[in-house]
Design a protein around this ligand. Structure first.
Ligand code: 1GP
Length: 251
């Protein structure tokens, strides 16, 4: 029996200090491009490929994207669902997530109720995650109707994160939104991490090694980057820059 994805993630954080995951949207960039980028990102040292997107609705694009990525990479492929269409039987695991600060019960618990049976019947490994939008949150903040945590109110992020951990969620994600002008502030990461014993994921607007290192020094265990690899021809180098910054200088 191989390791579960969760064991792999926890082992990787223990061994490497902090890890980076690459987020790809097969509806936005196409299944083939996803697979090519994933292969380059793996060579650069990414620890996992996350697949999803705030407006993803094509189950076909998702299934094709996941299958193609899996044919080219060895690192786990983890679903990052926005809605019921975000579940694919071909992935290794799913972030089974609740958008904790949404105004709509749909994103807090109803979509999970609609998806749980599918996740179970596909035999997907579920990783329970509390998802917290910081600031306006870009597309996901809009679609998810989030009451974004103001950048200068870290104590509110702590309250939601601690509630999620106390409810038994095993990962917390502070999300500034894809393409955010400013990433989650280090003061907020630090305060949230000081109250958590589960891994802390941070993403949104992280475009270089410096920004990734700042987040990791503040307490992030997993850095998620998305846009970065869509904006560059130097995918392998850019991922490697992030990975080396967070591994060598992170803690
Ligand atoms: C979005 O946090 C991720 O869900 C990644 O954001 O695209 O800005 O890297 P970027």
């Amino acid at each position: 029996m191989g390791r579960t994805v969760e064991e792999y993630i926890l082992d990787s954080i223990r061994e490497r200090g902090a890890i980076q995951m690459t987020l790809l949207d097969p509806q936005k960039i196409g299944p083939d491009t996803c697979a090519e980028i994933a292969a380059e990102a793996e060579k650069g040292g990414t620890s996992a490929i996350m697949v999803g997107g705030s407006t993803l609705a094509s189950k076909n694009d998702l299934d094709e994207g996941v299958k193609k990525i899996k044919s080219l990479v060895k690192v786990p492929v983890i679903l990052f669902p926005n809605d019921i269409a975000g579940v694919s039987r071909h992935a290794d695991a799913i972030w089974f997530m609740s958008l904790l600060n949404s105004r709509l019960t749909y994103y807090v618990i109803d979509v999970q109720a609609l998806s749980a049976y599918t996740v179970k019947s596909y035999g997907l490994e579920a990783l329970p995650l509390g998802y917290i939008i910081v600031g306006a949150g870009g597309t996901v903040g809009y679609v998810g109707q989030a009451k974004g945590i103001p950048y200068d109110r870290p104590e509110l992020a702590v309250a939601y994160a601690l509630a999620a951990q106390t409810l038994g969620m095993r990962y917390i994600y502070l999300e500034a939104g894809s393409g955010a002008k400013a990433p989650v502030p280090p003061e907020m990461i630090k305060l949230v991490k000081s109250q958590l014993s589960v891994p802390l994921i941070v993403g949104g607007g992280i475009r270089d090694g410096e920004a990734a290192r700042t987040a990791v020094e503040a307490g992030a265990d997993i850095i998620v980057t998305g846009n970065l690899v869509e904006e560059t021809e130097r995918i392998r180098e850019m991922i490697n820059e992030i990975v080396t910054h967070i591994e060598s200088k992170g803690r």
